[in-house]
Design a binder for this molecule. Structure first.
Ligand SMILES: [Ca+2]
Ligand SMILES: [Ca+2]
Length: 225
């Protein structure tokens, strides 16, 4: 399975697990080209532009390759490259197992989407975020719910309401290192996709991600690409 196909499959699977009610109103923001960076030293999972967040300086947020606003399954607005930037800050991401597994951040992180002039598309304060590493640099996934919507300026007068979930998945690592003990992930840089939507996230999502990781690992060993 090629990485692009794997990424699409993972995202579809994760989103499918979010308990989407097809009859409910749904606003989605689909993000591509989301660069994220992690450091065990700081325990921060952030956008790759800067660990600084909510500084009102667009240089502290990562330019996205694309951002789409989808309303009830229909594309509402497609933003082209570098129009929307992501300002991600997730604290307290400690001791990600080198062999793969999940850890839980502390609450109070943020996931903000800004326009290039620094104005707001969507600003979210996050609850605890579950961060799941597959092992073997197959993928990193993170997901959680927002505790507050701190600002929004969605197109077409759309207004996002609770509950709001955030998911991030990457299968492409541009750097990766284990710590000196080889037990924990020390740092990585990765490029992936993000999905923000107004639906609840079931607790089962990361249990199933564990099963997915096992399946992907088997696939990798069998070289089914
Ligand atoms: Ca930032
Ligand atoms: Ca980017």
């Amino acid at each position: 399975m090629r990485r692009t196909a794997l990424l699409s499959w993972l995202l579809t699977t994760v989103i499918g697990l979010m308990g989407v009610d097809a009859s409910a109103e749904l606003i989605q923001l689909q993000l591509t080209g989301l660069n994220i960076s992690y450091s065990k030293t700081t325990g921060l999972l952030v956008d790759s532009a800067s660990a600084n967040y909510r500084t009102a300086n667009p240089a502290d947020a990562d330019p996205l390759v694309g951002a789409a606003v989808v309303y009830n399954g229909v594309l509402n607005t497609q933003y082209s490259a570098d129009v929307v930037l992501a300002d991600l800050y997730v604290p307290g991401v400690n001791n990600i197992p080198a062999a793969g597994g999940a850890v839980t951040s502390t609450g109070g992180g943020v996931m903000d989407l800004l326009f290039a002039d620094g104005s707001t598309l969507l600003k979210l304060t996050l609850d605890e975020v579950r961060v799941f590493y597959s092992g073997n640099q197959l993928f990193i996934a993170a997901g959680g719910n927002a505790t507050s919507i701190d600002g929004q300026n969605l197109p077409s007068g759309l207004v996002m309401q609770f509950p709001v979930s955030v998911a991030i998945i990457s299968t492409t690592f541009t750097s990766f290192a284990l710590d000196a003990s080889n037990q924990y992930v020390d740092s990585f840089d990765a490029i992936g996709v993000g999905d923000i939507r107004g639906v609840p996230e079931p607790a089962s999502i990361f249990a199933l991600l564990s099963a997915l990781a096992a399946g992907v690992a088997v696939c990798a060993v069998r070289r089914c690409r």
